[in-house]
Design a protein around this ligand. Structure first.
Ligand code: GLN
Length: 278
């Protein structure tokens, strides 16, 4: 939907198709006042999703506030890649001897609004997720989104900087997924005002934009099962450097690089070397 459609479907509480069926409807005075208030904020540069308090991702509605990054369409490619590979994983593991072969354990690093973790839990009924974020306000939003989509029983949330500590250190996952901050610090100030209204800590990937990839690649082997998958979203020009960072660990094979809808190499899939194959 374009922004005008989003505003009117929200205001009239209807879907896109009924919007066009109702096109001769006169707005009530109250709706017109609400519309004017939305437009004033939008003209001042606030992102529409923050004004309306919600964002659509993977066909689901998520609550968003300025405490969380607004889910991007590019990130749907990340989720779709996890879904495709998780199904294959699940299929292969049915022959395995593990106690609960149906269960799929996924770790989501830097969950933000929870868009990735909640969509995965929603679409993979056998999955169990651990979702982390360094921001407590973000985790509150993520938890609310998990409740909204009735998957809060299958997602645990932890406040930590990337990987969890304590008892969780002993946990091993089939899949680690992350859309980490990956914009170089200097570039953040040059982005559109809408993007700058988003939390800087969700965007800023350090001097070269790659700081989080280094930390994730280094520690991920400790949290993955043999042949487990590390699935990462990256910036438009980062594929070669992310690949080098991951391969430098000497523990991963690059399985594939997936392009987004603009043909940009957006998602990297690496597999931990191990006994079983996925
Ligand atoms: N893709 C986002 C943007 O271009 C950046 C998200 C991120 O840093 N992970 O605004």
């Amino acid at each position: 939907m374009n922004e005008a459609e989003t505003v009117f479907t929200h205001l009239l509480a209807c879907d896109r198709a009924s919007l066009y069926l109702k096109r001769h409807t006169r707005l009530s005075a109250a709706s017109a006042r609400r519309l004017a208030a939305v437009l004033r904020r939008r003209i001042a540069g606030e992102p529409l999703d923050y004004i309306l308090g919600s964002s659509e991702f993977m066909g689901l509605l998520f609550r968003v506030t300025p405490d969380v990054l607004i889910p991007r369409q590019d990130t749907e490619v990340l989720v779709e890649t996890v879904l495709r590979l998780a199904r294959r994983f699940h299929h292969n593991s049915r022959q395995s001897s593990s106690r609960d072969p149906a269960r799929l354990d996924i770790l989501d690093l830097g969950t933000g609004s929870g868009a990735i973790a909640v969509s995965l839990a929603h679409m993979l009924p056998v999955s169990r997720l651990l979702a982390t974020d360094s921001s407590l306000p973000a985790l509150r939003i993520a938890q609310e989104n998990a409740r909204r989509h009735a998957v809060d029983g299958r997602i645990e949330f932890r406040q930590c900087d990337l990987f969890p500590g304590g008892k969780d250190c002993r946990r091993r996952f089939q899949i680690i997924v992350s859309n980490p901050p990956y914009i170089p610090s200097r570039t953040v100030a040059t982005l559109a005002p809408e993007v700058q209204a988003e939390p800087r800590r969700a965007l800023d990937g350090g001097p070269d934009g790659l700081a989080f990839f280094r930390r994730i690649a280094q520690k991920a082997p400790l949290f993955l099962r043999p042949a487990g998958l590390l699935i990462l979203e990256m910036g438009f020009d980062q594929k070669d450097r992310v690949q080098e960072i991951v391969l430098n660990q000497k523990k991963f094979l690059i399985k594939e690089v997936v392009k987004d809808y603009n043909s940009i190499q957006r998602v990297m899939v690496a597999q931990l070397r191990g006994r079983t194959s996925a």
